[in-house]
Design a binder for this molecule. Structure first.
Ligand code: W6P
Length: 418
């Protein structure tokens, strides 16, 4: 029983944009108090965000909304909204506030046990919701593919669906990030010795990293590119029956002076974008140069900083480029770069082979590959915190993809369309 009035009311409230800087500050001075403060924030914010996602789903054209996968989505979002709103209405945190006031908000002394219980209870709720929504992406892809078949025969425009997917995915990712950050912080606070690779949205971090929740304040960008390259090359190697993939060569521009580039990022997000782009570049290179000839030109990744403190990552392939007609469709959710005849099976093989390594990072996105969601979500991910992704081809030569990452102060969640 979905209480539509309750949902509508919650959805009238504004979403509060996340700031990566604030997320970092919260995590750098992490304490019971800070965690409780964040819990109170989520307790207010999450019902609003879930309510908005539900309204977005409800507003879809009947043909799409009534498909089984979209009914599943709607049911899951309603269930999660209900649980969060019920928790919020239970006023457990008011009790906590009142208690703090009674004690003059001094030291958190006698009631640590109760505070811990509250944190544990909320974390369990968040974890259950996280698990429930792991299939979101599969449902979405499945529903869209059903709708797509229907669409081709009807030849209806799909801008509305494009807008929905951007908005819904953006909103979903925002939720994921705030929930993932909270769970990861709590895990790091109570179990500082254990790696938090199992926690939501976090990636196994490299040896000398200093992870704050799901954020790497000084991420070794080159190391991350290397890992994404290896994953993409691994997929390539198995897809093309043990043909060795092109090399990925990383360069620094002059102003970076050969120094290690350290930049604040959510590694899982950047990894997703890099992996997606590199797969495209590898495939384009192989298609253009032919598999008989085993010497491919390198893919060149170039790092450069801009005057406003942003970081550019340019991925250049020599895969022959693509006509502008194709370029325009690149970020369309219903478009895939794989040529339908020869590479129809590319995604499924990728899914089968890459399951293990990618599951450890952002496995839930894997089934996306080949549905044509990859580049669209990559640009969305890049834009979410004020960055961007652009792709430009030179016909007969190759393609250049540029990821721009905003400097830390500018990494603020972009809730609307650009
Ligand atoms: C291509 C097509 C493409 C899409 C995205 C990234 C790189 C490339 N290269 O030929």
């Amino acid at each position: 029983a979905v209480d539509l009035q309750r949902i509508k009311l919650a959805a009238t409230r504004r979403e509060t944009p996340l700031s990566i800087l604030q997320c970092l500050k919260l995590g750098e001075s992490v304490s019971t108090k800070a965690l409780l403060k964040n819990l109170a924030f989520l307790n207010r914010e999450l019902p609003v965000r879930f309510a908005r996602r539900i309204l977005e789903l409800s507003g879809l054209p009947n043909d799409l909304r009534e498909t089984e996968p979209f009914q599943n989505l709607l049911r899951n979002y309603s269930l999660s909204f209900d649980e969060l709103q019920t928790y919020s209405d239970s006023n457990r945190l008011m009790f906590l506030d009142a208690d703090a006031q009674r004690r003059g908000d001094s030291e958190l002394d006698g009631d640590e046990a109760m505070e811990f219980a509250i944190q544990k209870e909320y974390a369990d709720l968040l974890q259950a919701i996280t698990n429930r929504h792991k299939q979101d992406v599969i449902f979405m892809a499945h529903g869209i593919s059903l709708f797509k078949r229907y669409q081709i025969s009807r030849n209806k425009p799909c801008e509305e669906i494009q807008r929905f997917l951007n908005s819904f995915n953006r909103g979903r990712l925002g939720i994921r990030i705030m929930v993932g950050h909270h769970l990861a912080l709590q895990h790091q606070f109570y179990h500082p010795e254990e790696p938090s690779s199992s926690a939501y949205l976090s990636m196994p971090s490299s040896a000398h990293s200093r992870r704050v929740g799901i954020i790497e304040p000084q991420c070794d960008i080159e190391a991350l590119i290397l890992r994404a390259s290896q994953s993409a090359q691994f997929v390539f190697f198995h897809h093309y029956n043990t043909v060795f993939p092109p090399n990925v060569h990383i360069e620094h521009s002059k102003e970076l002076g050969g120094k290690k580039v350290r930049f604040p990022v959510v590694p899982a997000l950047l990894h997703h974008i890099l992996f997606e782009l590199l797969k495209n570049s590898l495939r384009a290179t192989a298609e253009f140069h032919g598999l008989e000839k085993p010497s491919f030109p390198d893919i060149v990744v170039k790092l450069s900083s801009t005057s406003d403190g942003a970081l550019n990552i340019v991925i250049k392939d020599y895969g022959g480029g693509m006509p502008s007609s194709k370029e325009e469709k690149l970020f369309n959710y219903m478009f895939t770069t794989a040529s339908s005849t020869v590479y129809l099976d590319f995604p499924s093989i990728m899914t089968a082979v890459e399951k293990k390594p990618v599951n450890a990072t952002m496995g839930e996105n894997l089934p996306l590959c080949g549905f044509g969601f990859g580049l669209a979500t990559s640009r969305l991910y890049a834009r979410l915190f004020n960055g961007d992704l652009t792709i430009k081809s030179i016909i007969g030569n190759g393609t250049e993809a540029t990821i721009r990452l905003a400097r830390l102060e500018d990494q603020i969640e972009q809730l609307g369309d650009k």
